[in-house]
Design a protein around this ligand. Structure first.
Ligand code: ZN
Length: 166
């Protein structure tokens, strides 16, 4: 399921009960797991739906800024910068691991919300990373496909040990 390309939600179904239920399940799953984003294929639904946002997060204490909650249906990304921004990414579908990924640091995101309203937003650095990671899930791409180096990847507890050693 994680490797499939997800189907767009037809315009007539964007505000449907089915999508509202899916979005509710996704927020519940994301919050329970302490995630900062979740894509529908991660809960076994191959539709182009993503939720993002958090207020406090134990899995990522290094992220100091909150990320606003947004529901994205059929999101599209336009890359605005060739410069990259690197971050040790994790994923609820690749538990207890982190890997260093560099992604374009500035993007323009276009999407519909669950009420059918259209949005457009420019995002940079950390926020741009989160949205690119989640939207990749819709094309069957995981962050482990985008590692800067296979050496910059491992179990969280092992990586912490390396960090602590002098
Ligand atoms: Zn993920």
């Amino acid at each position: 399921m994680l490797r499939k390309r997800s189907e767009p939600v037809p315009e007539t179904e964007i505000s449907s009960k089915e999508i509202k239920r899916l979005v509710r399940d996704m927020y519940d799953t994301m919050k329970d797991a302490g995630g900062i984003g979740l894509a529908a294929p991660q809960i076994g639904v191959c539709k182009r739906v993503v939720v993002v946002g958090f207020e406090e997060n134990e899995r990522y204490p290094e992220i100091e800024e909150k990320i606003e909650f947004h529901t994205l249906i059929n999101p599209e990304i336009e890359y605005l910068d060739t410069k990259v921004y690197g971050f040790w990414e994790g994923c609820l579908s690749v538990p207890n691991m982190r890997g260093y990924v560099e992604r374009p640091r500035k993007i323009k995101l276009r999407w519909n919300d669950e009420n059918g309203d259209f949005h457009e937003k420019i995002l940079e650095e950390m926020e741009a990373v989160v949205y690119q990671h989640e939207c990749d899930h819709l094309d069957g791409v995981l962050y482990i496909d985008c590692l800067k180096s296979p050496l910059l990847f491992g179990f969280c507890d092992e990586l912490e040990k390396i960090q602590e050693s002098p």
